[in-house]
Design a protein around this ligand. Structure first.
Ligand code: NAD
Ligand code: ZN
Length: 532
């Protein structure tokens, strides 16, 4: 079965002191998941420490609160949950686990545990920590814990344990995506993976030769260089090409130069193209992989936010031709997509905002949860800390693409905002960045949806507030209405006398609607309103 990965939540249980919280927190941060510690939740709810609850209300009361906390934690998805040492010992609590929740039990040798716990702890069951207490409690719980897969933490650091948990769970795997029935992409999300490709060998095709394609900016940021280095650890023959940065590179000129590189280094059917960069590099190198020797294995390491949530997901590769964007291309999903949020740290802030415009687009027509997560961000830069948003956006895009890989229906929803975006982007002579154009398009198309009654009232205001907070434009002045209309009409989505728009119905849901030229023009006029 393909599509969004089955794992719902990862639950870490085990005796106190085994590192559930430390390891859980580390894993959540690394893989863009939410971290929930049930003990913390209980303390927050009760307004006092667990030791106080035990002393004042008794263990029974505590266990009831624990059930409530476990239920609440398991009610979400994409979480790493640290469940207190006794939380999953009761059958009732275990019954709350869904078949898609993975439970791992951290263990540790009794002597080391005693050392780890030998500090004033506020741990109620250990108040009388005396020699042997830990051993006795461990013995009592042995059968309970034995139900779950065990991970031994003795003499290991939290980091080492985290690596093993990642290896045995589906934690970093966002999805496998089957676009062509014969090619399946494995999409993983892991902070730091771009500088340690050797840790991703399990998801990549086997390699004896690799051609790394990057651009001048990812080279200057040190990203493509460290990828080459980490590949050299296990690939005998690694070459690299550095392209100039920017959309102009998505051309037949650079396609040809890459084919020449493939010939110069005698690439064979098994040689792997590794694309490192934004959407431009992923699209161009992807087309080379799709066509050279009728198809080479392809690994994408998207390094812009836009590429991580959009360009690298879904198998479209291509170049621009004759001033028309993406007009030459193919569906050629990468074998592996390695998403490393750490690579975004060197991305210019405006580029982060551009990626956010695409995430807003996905949220508005596909997922209210995602939209709310965006509303929780302070500004564009906070996405670097709240990487769950990135993972969720990928998850949503995969969900749609898996159901409609060749854009015969539902995938067209992802064109929301883009009909007008293409118009203003082209009319500006590409002076407007794509993400800025998307922001303007999203606003104007939502306005149109509300005006036509396709959408309930309200989203326009929420969306505008959000885009504005990310520093994105809501309108653009100084463009000619007729020129914008002319570019929109050239758009490939034109049908008969009407234009096909993907419009929101409410936040989290959209539908495709045919719009008359007059209504489309009114939306363009709204987009061209001078910014207030
Ligand atoms: N294939 C698809 O499904 C799909 C979807 C959406 C967009 N796209 C394409 O993607 C392209 C836009 O993608 P983009 O916004 O990533 O453009 P881009 O590749 O030009 O990257 C934007 C800029 O950021 C730089 N950059 C990228 N990562 C960096 C990093 N980590 N540190 C410093 N600088 C970095 C790049 O060099 C470039 O200057 C367009 O060509 C668009 O058509 C394709
Ligand atoms: Zn776009």
């Amino acid at each position: 079965m393909h599509g969004v990965e089955r794992m719902r939540n990862l639950v870490l249980t085990g005796f106190m002191g085994t590192g559930k919280s430390t390891v859980g927190c580390l894993l959540a941060e690394r893989h863009g998941l939410q971290f929930v510690d049930t003990d913390d939740q209980i303390e927050r709810q009760a307004g006092k420490s667990i030791a106080q609850i035990f002393a004042e209300d008794g263990e029974c009361a505590f266990r009831e609160m624990e059930t409530v906390a476990v239920r609440a934690a398991l009610g979400g998805r994409h979480r790493v949950i640290a469940a207190g040492g006794g939380a999953l010992l009761s059958g009732a609590n275990r019954a709350l686990l869904g078949s898609e929740d993975i439970v791992l039990c951290l263990t540790c040798d009794a002597n080391e545990l005693e050392r780890r716990l030998d500090s004033p702890s506020g741990r109620p069951l250990l108040n009388d920590l005396s020699a042997g207490t830990v051993g006795r409690l461990l013995e009592e719980r042995r059968d309970g814990y034995a139900r779950f897969r065990q991970i031994d933490t003795t003499a290991r650091t939290a980091e080492e344990v985290a690596v093993q948990v990642t290896a045995v769970s589906e934690l970093r795997r966002v999805a496998t995506l089957d676009v062509e029935r014969t090619r399946v992409s494995c999409i993983v999300f892991e902070a730091g993976i771009a500088t340690h490709l050797e840790n991703a060998r399990d998801v990549m095709p086997s390699m004896t030769q690799a051609l790394v394609v990057g651009d001048a900016n990812v080279e200057a940021a040190g990203i493509s260089g460290s990828i080459v280095e980490s590949l050299r650890v296990f690939v005998p023959d690694v070459h690299s090409v550095v392209l100039p940065a920017g959309e102009v590179t998505k051309s037949t000129v650079w396609l040809e130069k890459l084919y020449q590189a493939c010939q110069r280094w005698r690439l064979e059917r098994e040689s792997v193209i590794v694309a490192v960069g934004g959407g431009v590099v992923c699209d161009l190198a992807g087309l080379v992989a799709a066509t050279y020797l009728r198809g080479l294995p392809l690994v994408l390491v998207p390094t812009s936010l836009l590429a991580q949530v959009d360009a690298s997901i879904g198998g479209k590769v291509g170049i621009d031709f004759g001033r028309v964007k993406n007009v030459v291309g193919a569906f050629y999903p990468a074998d592996a997509v390695l998403v490393d949020p750490k690579t975004l740290r060197t991305l210019p802030p405006g580029r982060l905002a551009e990626g956010l415009a695409e995430i807003v687009k996905i949220g508005v027509v596909c997922s209210e949860t995602l939209f709310r997560q965006l509303e929780d961000l302070d500004g564009a830069g906070s996405i670097l800390r709240c990487t769950q948003v990135i993972r969720e956006a990928i998850h949503q895009k995969v969900r749609i693409v898996q159901r409609d890989p060749f854009e015969n229906g539902e995938r067209a929803m992802l064109n929301f905002g883009h009909t007008i975006a293409h118009g203003v982007e082209a009319a500006s002579g590409y002076g407007l960045a794509h993400g800025e154009a998307v922001s303007i398009g999203v606003v104007a198309e939502t306005w149109l949806a509300e005006r036509l009654g396709v959408c309930e009232r309200g989203p326009l205001e929420r969306i505008s507030v959000l885009l504005d907070r990310f520093g994105l434009p809501l309108h653009v002045s100084a463009l000619d209405e007729d020129v914008v209309m002319a570019h929109m009409s050239q758009d490939k989505k034109r049908r008969g006398g009407s234009l096909r728009f993907a419009l929101p119905v409410r936040i989290g849901e959209g539908r495709v609607v045919d719009i008359t030229e007059i209504d489309a023009r009114s939306a363009v006029r709204f987009a061209l309103r001078a910014a207030a």
